[in-house]
Design a protein around this ligand. Structure first.
Ligand SMILES: [Zn+2]
Length: 82
């Protein structure tokens, strides 16, 4: 995996859904201290990742802050955080 998912398309593996409007799926906005390491412009201290509604039902997004990578993680059935 070479490219970091961005807001234009769903971050789900193999998913090509395009982001069209707010309210679809789930939008994640992470504050980052070193935007350039995330491939962002220096002034943009926010990494935004989108999952389409289909993917967000079974996946969620978190950041690997040591490797500066977005991770898409499977939700485990029955392991919902209280
Ligand atoms: Zn998707």
């Amino acid at each position: 995996m070479t490219s970091v998912p961005d807001l234009n398309t769903c971050a789900g593996p193999g998913c090509t859904q395009e982001f069209r409007r707010l309210g679809d799926g789930k939008l994640y906005a992470f504050t980052v201290d070193e935007p350039e390491k995330w491939g962002l412009p220096p002034h943009l201290k926010q990494k935004v990742v989108w999952l389409c509604s289909q993917c967000s039902a079974s996946l969620y997004v978190r950041l690997d802050r040591r490797r500066f990578r977005v991770q898409v993680v499977h939700r485990h059935a029955g392991a919902q955080a209280a």
